[in-house]
Design a protein around this ligand. Structure first.
Ligand SMILES: Nc1nc2c(ncn2[C@@H]2O[C@H](COP(=O)(O)OP(=O)(O)O)[C@@H](O)[C@H]2O)c(=O)[nH]1
Ligand SMILES: [Mg+2]
Length: 373
């Protein structure tokens, strides 16, 4: 399935296409201490697919392509959060005859227990209290409608889709996050999505800490017919990503997505490694990476907010992909992220399949949370 190009000599390492804009041939001094891309023993593994049969899961059924079908799937994937948060909120509100402070207190408790976080909960309850004081909440249904409006308003500033600028070629997406958050899976899904939009991709297997991570990315590359640039486990991650950038330039790729390791964020060396990757990229082009996408696992609830702060401090996160919303009742944390981090939420991961990555839409998310059918 893969062809392995052993970079033993400059002749064998020649790229298949000549670069239009090739970065300086020598790696920056930062990367030179690590296995250099031009080092005679460096193995550049380019996974090229020769698969002719489409992978079943990568082909979306036509019916699922409709907006209605997508909404139904989003709704279904949020079922755990819906029963933990919105179903009980709805029955709490609609079950009351009068709207008073004690009802608002009960709403507050519900929101907090659904991982919405203090700030977001406070914001919502204050807004509802104001409306109650101004006599703008005539009946329980008006309160419920008002709650939905406030929730959507809180999410709206985070609805900033990822736009691949053609002028930034290759557009570099650095994917960061702790182990198990869903980085590699998200890269696979994102590769498929961007490919569907007509972009030519290269993937960088920058998680050189775990052998399985490289293999996992290569399988995704094979499925998506995308070349994967990798080096053996234990190689320098910045060096792999540097190689991949050069390969992406040589191939005329539109997008380079780089995977990274995710050992616990409390260990300083991970942050140092990520900072080094960014420094190496910035020597090639000060605008790199164009997107630093932090992958957060929604099942970890409030804990992921702390992770986000740590990563943001080190590598200046520009967007968030929130995974595993299908497996958790803690979907309320989307609101906590919106209120506390104020970063664009680019995508939601709603399953393990290749099509289970959804661009984040505030209104649609709230609708799916409250929709009965
Ligand atoms: N249910 C579900 N599982 C997911 C999602 N995203 C990732 N996973 C699973 O989470 C596990 C860890 O994912 P992986 O991509 O290896 O995480 P990484 O260590 O950050 O690269 C794998 O079993 C994935 O299949 C998602 O949106 N929903
Ligand atoms: Mg991984």
């Amino acid at each position: 399935m893969f062809s392995f190009l052993k970079k033993k000599s400059p002749e064998t390492s020649a790229p298949p296409e000549q670069p239009s804009t090739t970065p300086s041939a020598a790696p920056p001094s930062e990367a030179a201490s690590a296995p250099s891309p031009t080092h005679s023993e460096t193995t550049l593994i380019v996974a090229e697919t020769v698969a002719t049969e489409p992978v079943a899961e990568s082909v979306a059924a036509p019916a699922e392509d409709t907006r209605l079908g997508l909404f139904a799937r989003l709704r279904q994937s949020l079922s755990k959060t819906r029963s933990a948060l919105t179903d009980s909120l709805s029955s709490l509100i609609l079950g009351r005859k009068t709207i008073d402070q004690s009802l608002l207190d009960d709403i507050e408790t519900q929101l907090l227990s659904a991982d919405m976080g203090l700030e977001a909960t406070d914001h919502i309850v204050k807004a509802l209290t104001q409306k109650l004081d101004r006599k703008q909440l005539a009946n329980p249904q008006a309160l419920l409608d008002s709650l939905k409006v406030e929730l959507a308003a809180m999410l709206r500033p985070c609805e900033v889709p990822l736009v691949i600028r053609k002028s930034d070629k290759p557009y570099v997406i650095l994917v960061v996050g702790v182990n198990g958050a869903g980085k590699t899976t998200t890269i696979g899904k994102l590769a498929k999505r961007l490919q569907g939009e007509g972009h030519k991709l290269v993937l960088a297997a920058g998680d050189t800490f775990r052998a399985a991570a490289v293999e996992q990315l290569k399988v995704w590359g094979e499925r998506n017919h995308v070349p994967v640039v990798a080096q053996p486990t234990g190689s320098d991650s910045a060096s792999v990503i540097f190689d991949a950038y050069q390969s992406a330039c040589a191939r005329g790729a539109d997008v380079l997505i780089a995977d990274t390791a995710g050992r616990l964020h409390t260990k300083d060396n991970l942050m140092q490694e990520l900072e080094k990757i960014v420094r190496v990229l910035r020597k090639l082009d000060p605008d790199l990476p164009h997107e630093t996408l932090l992958v957060l696992d929604s099942t970890t609830g409030q804990n992921s907010l702390n992770q986000a702060r740590t990563f943001h401090k080190s590598v200046n996160v520009t967007g968030i992909a929130l995974t595993k919303l299908d497996g958790t009742a803690k979907g309320g944390m989307v609101f906590a992220i919106a209120k506390e981090l104020k970063l664009p939420i680019r995508y939601l991961g709603v399953g393990e399949k290749v099509d289970d990555l959804r661009p984040f839409e505030a209104e649609q998310f709230v609708q799916a949370l409250f929709s009965d059918n």
